[in-house]
Unconditional design. Structure first.
Length: 404
């Protein structure tokens, strides 16, 4: 089950060279559980064959004014009424102009005009076309429509060989934006800080102490909070993950760096989600030169790192704090102790010795531990776990305060 499970998404493909990239977008939406109905303009169908989209979505593709269904004159009404989201990618200058003018000369623009659902537009065109005053006037007009969201264009090398704004955003970005359009906004106006990933504690210029955290749970939490309307800051240790869409990200390496970063932002946030696997120990005196191999063992003098959550618990801090406990054996018992010792609102605990709930996998099996007891969640994707955590936490947040 995906976060878009059962949602009907009309994917509009107009006649830009980026139309081929909409194939990957259709695949991502379908993999996330969405029912994807592709509607192409005639120019779009000249660039990418409709059969490609039919193979990816399992649904016949409507082209131009539509096929047999549209001949009855009701396809645009049916799609406009039933769609949960209309996503136009690429949205060419011509298509943007038609939507802004309220034109309905093909099935895609007719469906948009007959709809009441959110509409996500992904502009793609030559830089000069994008910067043209007429295009910008259309963009400004569309921005005034509350249910219309525009993502992009990105900057880079265009198909014509020129550089500048005009590239269609990456399919992964548009997929995340589609998720955001269809998510509850129960964190709107909130400021959320999320920590993620491991830390690295330097032993010498070429070696460090770290752990197996991939950062996937923390990144899922940051993305979910942003989808739900929060202003999100992600403080991340070293990972191989792409940054979540619409999330401000600060990269750190050591436990000390993470402590400083959290200290700067904690007093200004409403919710702190400490999903990072922060090292408990660091070398007291890292070697300045590479430690050479010898015949004996290697002795290292270790010192404790700062316990970030415990330090925050000793301060007057308005943020609701959620900790994470990656344990082996008895996660609920360890989480309960952590909850009380560090004065947390919730601890999310899991047994990392389980093959489907440990480091580096896309699923998790967690316990949500609060002062009222514990709730065990079944095996879920980390995206689903993140949304369930935020659903519980959103109800625990006090009434929204005025911005400081």
């Amino acid at each position: 089950m995906g976060l878009l499970d059962g949602k009907l998404i009309v994917l509009g493909v107009s006649g830009g060279i980026a139309a081929y990239r909409a194939c990957e977008l259709a695949r991502l939406l379908g993999k996330d559980g969405a029912r994807v109905q592709v509607v192409m303009t005639e120019a779009g169908a000249e660039l990418v064959g409709p059969l490609s989209f039919q193979a990816l979505t399992g649904r016949p593709v409507e082209v131009g004014r539509g096929g047999v269904t549209a001949a009855a004159g009701m396809a645009h009404i049916d799609l406009g009424r039933d769609a949960d989201l209309i996503l136009v990618a690429p949205a060419t200058a011509n298509t943007l102009a038609k939507i802004a003018a309220g034109m309905a000369d093909n099935l895609l623009t007719s469906t948009i005009l007959a709809s009441t659902c959110p509409i996500l537009l992904a502009p793609a065109m030559n830089t000069r076309m994008w910067q043209n005053r007429l295009t910008q006037a259309n963009v400004s007009l569309l921005a005034q429509v509350e249910r219309m969201v525009m993502v992009g264009p990105a900057e880079g090398e265009l198909a014509c060989g020129e550089q500048g704004p005009g590239r269609m955003e990456e399919p992964t970005v548009l997929w995340q934006a589609a998720r955001a359009c269809l998510s509850p906004k129960d964190l709107a106006g909130r400021r959320v800080v999320v920590t993620a990933g491991p830390t690295r504690e330097r032993l010498d210029p070429v070696r460090f102490l770290s752990n197996r955290s991939s950062g996937k749970m923390g990144y899922a939490l940051a993305a979910a909070a942003a989808r739900r309307g929060a202003d999100v800051k992600l403080i991340s240790g070293p990972t191989a993950l792409d940054f979540p869409w619409a999330v401000r990200t600060e990269l750190v390496e050591s436990a000390a760096q993470m402590a400083r970063a959290v200290g700067r932002d904690a007093a200004k946030c409403d919710l702190l989600l400490m999903a990072a696997a922060v090292a408990d120990y660091t070398p007291r005196k890292p070697a300045k030169q590479k430690i050479k191999k010898g015949d004996g063992g290697l002795g290292v003098d270790w010192k404790r790192t700062q316990d970030i959550l415990a330090a925050l618990g000793r301060k007057k801090n308005p943020a609701l704090r959620v900790g994470f406990a990656a344990e082996t054996g008895h996660p609920v018992e360890a989480a309960g102790k952590k909850l009380r010792a560090k004065k947390l609102a919730m601890v999310v605990a899991n047994d990392v010795s389980l093959p489907d709930a440990g480091f580096g996998v896309d699923t998790n099996r967690v316990h949500l531990v609060t002062k009222d007891g514990s709730e065990e969640l079944p095996l879920l994707s980390k995206d689903e776990v993140a949304d369930l955590i935020l659903s519980r936490v959103a109800k625990m947040l006090p009434a929204r305060r005025a911005r400081r």
